[in-house]
Design a protein around this ligand. Sequence first.
Ligand SMILES: Cc1cc2nc3c(=O)[nH]c(=O)nc-3n(C[C@H](O)[C@H](O)[C@H](O)COP(=O)(O)OP(=O)(O)OC[C@H]3O[C@@H](n4cnc5c(N)ncnc54)[C@H](O)[C@@H]3O)c2cc1C
Length: 447
Amino acid sequence: MLGGGSSINGMAYVRGHPDDYDDWASSGAPGWGWENMLPCFKSMEDHELGETDARGAGGPLHISRRRRSGSLSEALIQAGISAGLSYCEDLNAFDGERIGYFPATIQHGRRVSAARAFLAPASGRPNLTVLTDTLVTRIVFDGTRAVGVTCGTNGGDRRFHAAREVLLCAGALQSPKILQISGIGPASHLCSLGVPVVHDSPGVGSNLRDHWGMWMQYRVLRRTSLARLCRSAGLPGRGLRYLIRRTGIWMGTGAEIGAFVKAGRDARRPDASLQFSPFSIMPGTVDSEWEPRLHCGTQLLRPESHGSVMIRSPDPMVPPEVRADFLSSENDRRRIVDIVRYARRLLRQPPLGPYLGEEISPGVAVETDEAIIDLCRRSGATGAHYAGTCKMGQDRMAVLDEELRVRGVSGLRVVDGSVMPTLVSANTNGPIMAIAWRAADLILERG
Ligand SMILES: Cc1cc2nc3c(=O)[nH]c(=O)nc-3n(C[C@H](O)[C@H](O)[C@H](O)COP(=O)(O)OP(=O)(O)OC[C@H]3O[C@@H](n4cnc5c(N)ncnc54)[C@H](O)[C@@H]3O)c2cc1C
């Protein structure tokens, strides 16, 4: 499959808070503040609601919005308003506490992946060749200059020469692995595995961030949950309707409604997101449940806790060791309690009274701070928003400079979620596409 995470994700399109990017700029990545990033977002967007100061139109990435939904979703929006949130037609157009339908990377009922938005239009270029079933195994160096890559293919190992530079875009779990296997990483760790060191870079693989949180589920009292629609006799008709008209229950974001809220008392900008779906997922699986339920995913937007990705072997076929270390920070533990309590308060607002039954998960018995933290630690959920493992910046742990060039070598950049110094307050697909857009500008401007 081409397009990486953008081809399998939930298609919610959100960008984060301007201060997230200004924090990057002030912490050692000048050129990555909101004044630099907003033009990238606007240039790549083709927003259905049209161009404003806050969003773009005419770009390659189509963004649509949901026009109609069920009464449960409408009641959720009203519950958010009654809890003090502002309703937003475009969740990206306002930075405060807000609720609304997720903007979506969907066009005419079909997913707009990175491959569809950016690669397909370039597919006719004579200087582009796409190889599938090909695994990059190592970056090849001539001294400290990256001069190409080696790959495993169905036809055997191959080596490719880079006339100008190598761009590593394997994502926050794989890019640090490829760097380490190629000799760029913490020297002591590489030496212990017999990997020849090209450059001692202690930060490669550190600073792994993700949006960890708790999944909450409520029983739905009315016949409004998607679970009912999925098992009703009308299911084949709905499938046909999607195939012919690309409408109906099959075309939508994984989570339908998003809320960005200040759950912590000291929060100066939204520190939590709540993502609501009118169906639920069986715990520990990705399968939807048949019982009518509401799912509320909670996420800590700017976690302090961070983990690592470290190779266990010089063999490229051996997966790295990923240590998430979620909730290792005292602040994060305190905030996860605040978030769960906030979600409970919102879901008990009067507009949802006729719709929601009991809380099934975590369940009212999970009430004390300790019980919430313990459950979240044992059965919390990843946001699959991995970032930070090759961060840009200027401190000792920064792997990249502010033009995404790997420090200590030449001819090599990293362009993916791993470059983020800290996580943005949003799902990461859009922000990573904007990072790639900015990287392309930098490469074209300065070569
Ligand atoms: C299930 C799921 C749901 C999500 N939902 C949302 C959502 O609704 N909204 C949102 O904004 N974000 C969402 N995300 C997150 C978002 O999709 C990712 O953060 C984003 O796509 C990551 O982009 P990336 O370029 O950093 O890495 P990736 O998309 O992982 O791209 C890395 C690419 O490199 C390839 N690769 C890796 N190693 C090698 C190698 N050795 N050789 C060759 N190729 C290699 C991979 O196959 C992949 O194609 C979701 C993620 C997941 C997994």
